[in-house]
Design a protein around this ligand. Sequence first.
Ligand SMILES: Nc1ncnc2c1ncn2[C@@H]1O[C@H](COP(=O)(O)OP(=O)(O)OP(=O)(O)O)[C@@H](O)[C@H]1O
Ligand SMILES: [Mg+2]
Length: 255
Amino acid sequence: MTDAPVFKVEHVAFGYNNRLVLKDISCDIERGEFVGIIGPNGSGKSTLVKLLVGILRPKSGSIQVFGEPLETFKEWPRIGYVSQRATHFDVGFPATVREVVSLGRVSRVGLFRRRQKADEEAIDRALEDVGMVDMQARLIGNLSGGQQQRVFIARALTQQPEVLALDEPTIGVDPEAHLKFFELMRHLHDHENLTIVLVSHEVDVVMTEVTKLLCVNQELLFHGTPQQCLTDNCLVQLYGEGYHVVSHSHPWTHK
Ligand SMILES: Nc1ncnc2c1ncn2[C@@H]1O[C@H](COP(=O)(O)OP(=O)(O)OP(=O)(O)O)[C@@H](O)[C@H]1O
Ligand SMILES: [Mg+2]
């Protein structure tokens, strides 16, 4: 079972209130892949990620997670998830950055166990990874949207997940934080063997970073390498004739 894909998606359909938003989605996400999910607004990207991380259940078709059916899979701490609207998350009390980040440990070790050295170390490391060490005592509610986004990424990292699923994590972050975010993703992918699933509208940036691209518009129009995607002209299918990839360089080298 150790070689089973992280996610095996077969003929999945999903709808809200009987209105189908995803149909016949089939793809595998293997360990160690860096997967970008792109598609227009409302095309079902967030829905697909929510299916992968077990928040939603397919209407038909099946998903296996680490070789096990979604319905019986229990080891969810192996999968870190940062939702598209993570910054709307309300902890219900005036929590500090460090407290919010430490919540990521709860899923791993349970609510009532006292935090131990390993927990504190994981929290320190995650804060450092996202560049929020200096702000750890600040109240989360007083941070900017981009800063909050980084806190939620840190919270997911403290779980020490094998997979990180991020839904538009760079919305509202400034160019420097943006650059650091992709550096962090590359580090986690290249050196810590994380499997990364990233939803983004920054098509040209994503194309340079990922090993696999899923182009979604209700159906999975394309999945393969970014190069194959360009050759097959799938971006035009996805976004229409007027679409051109601006650049294949990194975000900090082009306007
Ligand atoms: N909770 C919900 N109840 C009903 N319809 C929903 C719900 N969430 C999403 N939808 C609808 O499902 C479709 C897909 O939504 P989804 O959020 O997956 O799109 P998306 O590709 O992530 O879009 P965006 O790029 O704007 O984030 C849209 O038409 C949306 O209006
Ligand atoms: Mg979305």
